[in-house]
Design a protein around this ligand. Structure first.
Ligand code: T5A
Length: 206
């Protein structure tokens, strides 16, 4: 049995974690088996790579950063996502390949072709059934975070975060069938109602 793979993308503080938690609860209540995961992260090794990548004192060069995100993704796909899909679960992943295109491609100015090639190796060709882009201006998302809790990427320049947002919107414009863009500046409840209405028709009966 094959499960259904959804990814959630967006600039900092867009509300992905909040919406994934609500969606997971709503799907469990309806009888679905759900696996939640995140990138970078997912399994113990991926979480160690995450700590390295988000460390405020780390200073990887852009290509090293790209490859570390890819390493964590390769691990997450093979140890968490693929097995959950094989078991018929709905898999909800907080960030995936579009974050790499937006942050390392548009943000760090690495070649989009190189980023796509690395993504393909990391995912082994796995694509989300649907991606939900929670879009909002970076100033709004960053204002939702406490400065003390901000990680290395949160603390990038506003110009970097504007390029990241533009990158997400460009990727969404290029793949309108896969990527659904939602206004993340609206209330949590209004956003969740839109998300649930978009997700339920894509699922088989539990
Ligand atoms: N990265 C990741 C790359 O550079 N390349 C890659 O390939 C990958 C996979 C990961 C970092 O790594 C980068 C991107 C990131 O910089 P992360 O923790 O996943 O780090 O990323 P963040 O987006 O920074 O995580 P956040 O937790 O800040 O954002 P979320 O999950 O989008 O938002 P959430 O739900 O935690 O909400 C943030 C705050 O806003 C409130 C919440 O209560 C919370 O306080 N909130 C709302 N407030 C008002 N209105 C709403 N609608 C709200 N929804 C939530």
């Amino acid at each position: 049995m094959d499960g259904v793979f959804f990814t959630f993308e967006g600039p900092e503080g867009a509300g992905k974690t909040t919406q994934i938690a609500r969606l997971s609860d709503a799907l469990l209540e309806r009888g679905y088996s759900v696996t939640r995961t995140r990138e970078p992260g997912g399994d113990p090794f991926g979480e160690r790579v995450r700590a390295l990548l988000l460390d405020r004192d780390a200073s990887p060069i852009p290509i090293a950063e790209l490859l570390l995100f890819a390493a964590a993704r390769a691990q997450n796909v093979r140890t968490v996502i693929r097995p959950a899909l094989d078991a018929g679960h709905v898999v909800l992943c907080d960030r995936f390949t579009d974050s790499t295109l937006a942050y390392q491609g548009y943000g760090r100015d690495l070649s989009p072709d190189a980023v796509r090639a690395v993504n393909t190796v990391a995912t082994n060709g796995l694509h989300p059934r649907k991606t939900f882009l929670l879009d909002l201006p970076p100033t709004v998302g960053l204002a939702r975070q406490s400065p003390d809790a901000q990680d290395r990427l949160d603390r990038e320049t506003l110009d970097f975060h504007e390029r990241v947002r533009a990158g997400f919107l460009a990727v969404a414009a290029a793949e309108p069938d896969r990527i659904v863009t939602l206004n993340a500046a609206q209330s949590e409840d209004a956003l969740f109602a839109q998300l649930l209405a978009a997700v339920l028709p894509l699922l088989p009966q539990p």
